[in-house]
Design a protein around this ligand. Structure first.
Ligand code: ZN
Length: 251
């Protein structure tokens, strides 16, 4: 079974389309999404429709939660984007389409057990909001221990927008350290982060996703039309220009 894992699309349609086109050529059996389809970007409606159509299931991210319910603990730009995003869904004139979208968003899952993997947007401790950063593997042994205690063997998360594999050593392997492919060992627990489709934050602006099979996980980076997205963000008055600038820098 080959599974494409996408996460943190953040309403970036250009990035999502490039990723979905690439996945098309990879002979995967299915696509799953670890949440944050919404927030920050200019094409929330189109991205939700694509995820609903292409993904077997999707998780509820903190930004999806913010649009659906209430933006809590967001900075000003993110909060404004959440309200603007909600308005885009409310502007839909076709009642059937509007209802279908709200229902899809309302069904997003907080945690999924999928073929031995615990899947959450944030961490197994706080599935929607907690960040598991690469530096935690070095700086936060207690946090790592508590998180790995909640995992039988394998887990996948999004949320930080930084791709790589955590092991219960604890250690963190960015894709660049393993030639893009991490091979699993029988004697370790792992947490996989596929990185972000629509707002990478590892100083590489290219869209990130991963393909998982029984033995390994492979990471991919793809260029997309960043300037087109920046242009759309500039046009939408309620979306801060900074949300575009950070795409160019991958941060
Ligand atoms: Zn996110």
């Amino acid at each position: 079974m080959r599974t494409a894992i996408i996460s943190d699309i953040h309403a970036n349609l250009e990035a999502l389309q490039v990723v979905l086109d690439h996945i098309e050529g990879q002979k995967v059996d299915r696509i799953i999404c670890l949440g944050d389809v919404l927030g920050y970007g200019p094409n929330p409606v189109e991205c939700v429709d694509l995820v609903a159509e292409k993904c077997e299931w999707s998780l509820l991210g903190n930004h999806d939660f913010g649009v659906l319910y209430e933006p809590t603990n967001f900075n000003v730009a993110a909060e404004q984007a959440a309200y603007w995003t909600r308005a885009q869904f409310e502007a839909e004139q076709d009642k059937v389409k509007a209802t279908t979208r709200w229902e899809f968003l309302g069904r997003l899952k907080v945690r999924v057990m999928d073929q031995g993997y615990l899947c959450v947007h944030g961490t197994p401790r706080r599935p929607i909001n907690e960040y598991l950063f690469p530096e935690d593997a070095i700086n936060s042994p207690v946090k790592m221990q508590q998180i790995f205690d909640r995992i039988e063997t394998r887990c996948m998360v999004g949320h930080t927008h930084v791709p790589g594999v955590f092991t219960d050593e604890p250690d963190f392997y960015p894709p660049g350290d393993v030639d893009g492919v991490y091979k699993f060992r029988d004697d370790e627990k792992v947490i996989i982060n596929p990185g972000s489709v629509g707002q990478p934050r590892d100083l590489d602006p290219r869209a990130s996703y991963a393909i998982l099979n029984e033995e390994s996980v492979e990471f991919f980076r793809l260029e997309y039309d960043v300037e087109a997205v920046i242009g759309k963000i500039k046009e939408a008055e309620e979306l801060s220009d900074w949300l575009g600038e950070r795409l160019r820098e991958g941060r």
